[in-house]
Design a protein around this ligand. Structure first.
Ligand code: ADP
Length: 682
């Protein structure tokens, strides 16, 4: 369209700047003169562009509308402004803006003049701007909708829904990738109505080897048409089976590991744009970071709760032995105390101090192992001697609980271990079996040698472990609610210690149980670096069994006020009974919840000193039961316990206790409080 008449004011050679072409045309719209700028831009020769020949340089799709618009403007002598694509000399189509106006002399159009400007760059820039604004808007919307969410599954659900809806996808799913096992898990996804969710656990092999290796290297899988682009091996069969024809799967690689993927599925073939792929990639990155934050926060909360629970348990367990120590000291310092009684009280103090030292030793051991400060001193050791030492250390417990212990150790096994630590490992497992099995139970220790491995199993027929809890037993301070009353001063450190010590020996330990009351088996597996035949030792004999004195009642009836002491720690119980008897009370006692109720009915005490953590029924249940019985409903009930948080106090009040005392209470103070409570009754 460039016609430059030679004799007119418009004849001036136009300066073409930044690809601007000035053009001229005759009154009838035909180009009649040469236009070097047009020629330079389009590569058309003068013969090519003369008349309406310039239309040949216009993109085929734009020619028709451009010709019609131009002839229309000419017919009505109206200015025009148009956009179309013009082929440059190098073959590339450029977006141009063309404007033109008629030159009118004496009311007549004498010619046309106008310009064509290459607007490609600015159009592309504004399109890129629009796309990027759109991307930020979507990211912002997802960010706003998920910011307040504190659960990983909700973050996944909201993110995949918003992204899926924005892209108009059939399905959108976020997957956690387990880098150790080649598996990925979709926990929550978005799917349009009528399309099945893809939640589940899958193998990365589904994508085929090439796509999998690309994903691992942080390259996205973009398939516009499954049938055209993926072979059977490459996953076409799998995608067809789930009704998918096109996919974006954006993998997220962190520290060289594929950690997450965001998959967008379409039921029809679809041409995904680069911007869509970028968006999905950006969303998976943000979604993963958010989920990591949420998971870290949850782990911290869990850790914090466990720590709080531990501090409460520690306080409780340290107070528990302190109470009998205080009472024993008070009793032994009385002027009229007999030498036999003094010796018994010293025995109480000795046992309770040992209990506290064991707790503190366990705590220090765990902390030293955690800080890498424990070094094993391995030596070739007779396994049966190690087992015998562990049995010896636990015999008192096994006897007290009347357990039948059986042991099967093949003779002559020599192991290269730290014997003291291995005694600790086996001893801890035996202690647990003894504690968490009701009296009269069976505990079996069995050693097997198989394929260069040594397994030591400790099996019991006790309280068992629910399947869901098996995983957390070996964490520090983990104690299961159903075994709490039987923990006997444990802090939930024993198994953590066992695991660490076994791992230091290059072995593993696992727990199995068919469920509550189904017994448990703990199995230690050690690599057998050295076994040598040696003279068989004397076989290790099962521990002897003994009755557990469950109920100890004193049933004098001399008209003194009657007090019932309920306490499962034998030393705690004895010192309390002695203390109260020494002050003239008629005292009966029980060491568990059921016996406490029986003793209360039989002896009709005026006051009960009631511990809270008890085998069978706990102290709260005992108090409620006593309050509900006509004959015992009005007696004074005092909680005497190691638990002392505000919540514990509230619970005892609710259960009907008159008073909550936290151990240790000064003996004189305790006697005063008992006296005051009895006075209130009369
Ligand atoms: P503790 O015995 O001091 O509580 P452990 O670390 O030895 O601590 O054990 C942790 C928890 O594992 C126990 O509190 C109990 O809930 C459970 N447990 C351990 N051994 C057994 C067992 N043989 N039977 C049932 N539960 C057990």
């Amino acid at each position: 369209m460039a016609n430059r008449p030679s004799a007119s004011p418009l004849q001036r050679e136009p300066e073409a700047a930044d690809g601007t072409i000035v053009w001229y045309a005759a009154a009838d719209g035909a180009v009649v003169e040469k236009n070097p700028q047009w020629q330079a831009f389009t590569g058309q020769t003068q013969t090519d562009y003369m008349g309406l020949g310039w239309l040949d340089a216009v993109h085929g799709d734009d020619q028709e509308f451009l010709k019609a618009s131009w002839l229309e403007a000419v017919r009505h002598a109206k200015p025009l402004s148009l956009r179309y694509r013009l082929r440059r000399h190098d073959g590339e189509y450029r977006h141009v803006v063309a404007q033109g106006a008629p030159v009118v002399v004496d009311g007549k159009v004498v010619r046309w003049v106008g310009f064509v400007v290459d607007a490609t760059d600015s159009l592309q820039a504004s399109e890129a701007l629009r796309v990027s604004e759109e991307r930020f808007r979507v990211l912002d919307e997802i960010g706003g909708a998920t910011r307040h969410l504190h659960e990983a599954d909700s973050v996944m659900a909201v993110t995949t829904r918003l992204l899926g809806q924005y892209l108009g996808a059939t399905r959108c799913a976020y997957a956690d990738v387990d880098s150790d096992s080649d598996r990925f898990t979709i926990r929550s996804d978005y799917a349009v109505d009528g399309v099945a969710s893809s939640a589940g656990v899958y193998s990365l092999d589904l994508f085929g080897p090439k796509a999998t290796s690309n994903l691992r290297r942080g390259r996205h899988l973009v398939v516009h048409d499954v049938d055209q682009e993926l072979g059977f091996e490459g996953g076409a069969a799998m995608f067809n089976a789930i009704g998918i024809k096109s996919i974006i799967c954006a993998g997220l690689v962190k520290d060289g590991q594929l950690v997450a993927m965001m998959a967008v599925h379409q039921a029809q073939p679809r041409h995904w744009t680069n911007d869509e792929v970028h968006l999905v990639s950006e969303v998976v990155d943000r979604c993963w970071a958010h989920i990591e934050r949420v998971r870290d926060a949850a782990a911290l909360r869990e850790q914090d709760a466990r720590k709080d629970e531990f501090i409460a348990t520690l306080a409780h367990e340290l107070r528990n032995p302190l109470a009998p120590i205080k009472y024993a000291v008070a009793i032994a310092s009385r002027e009229d105390v007999s030498p036999t009684r003094t010796v018994r009280m010293l025995g109480v103090i000795d046992r309770q101090v040992s209990l506290m030292s064991r707790l503190i030793d366990d705590l220090l051991d765990v902390s030293r192992i955690n800080r890498g400060l424990i070094e094993l001193q391995p030596e070739d050791s007779q396994l049966d001697a190690i087992v015998a030492r562990a049995l010896e250390a636990t015999q008192v417990l096994m006897d007290a609980r009347n357990h039948h212990v059986s042991v099967h150790v093949p003779p002559g096994i020599v192991v290269h271990v730290d014997p003291a630590r291995m005694v600790q490992v086996i001893g801890n497992l035996l202690t647990n079996a003894g504690k968490y099995t009701p009296p009269g139970g069976r505990v079996e220790l069995e050693v097997l040698v198989e394929n260069d491995q040594l397994t030591i199993s400790v099996r019991d027929n006790g309280l068992g472990i629910p399947h869901s809890e098996l995983g957390r037993l070996f964490q520090m301070f983990s104690q299961l609610p159903h075994t709490r009353a039987s923990a006997q001063g444990g802090l939930g450190l024993g198994l953590a210690l066992v695991r660490k010590l076994v791992e230091l020996h290059g072995g593993t330990v696992r727990a199995e149980s068919a469920g509550l009351d189904q017994g448990s088996t703990f199995t230690v597996t050690l690599p057998l670096s050295a076994t040598e035949p040696s003279a068989p030792n004397n076989p290790v004999l099962p521990a002897e069994t003994m009755d557990d004195g469950a109920l100890d009642r004193t049933s004098k009836s001399d008209g003194s006020p009657r007090v019932l002491v309920v306490e499962d720690n034998p030393d705690g119980r004895e010192t309390l009974v002695t203390l109260l008897q020494g002050s003239g009370y008629e005292v009966s006692s029980a060491d568990n919840g059921h016996d406490a109720i029986a003793a209360a009915l039989a002896h009709q005490p005026h006051l009960v000193l009631l511990d809270l953590g008890l085998p069978g029924l706990d102290g709260y249940e005992v108090a409620k039961a006593l309050r509900a019985q006509g004959t015992t409903s009005r007696l004074a009930i005092i909680a005497l316990t190691g638990w002392g948080s505000a919540r514990d106090l509230e619970r005892t009040r609710e259960a009907g206790f008159d008073l909550h005392l936290t151990k240790p209470v000064e003996p004189s103070e305790l006697l005063q409080l008992v006296q005051a409570a009895l006075r209130r009754l009369s």
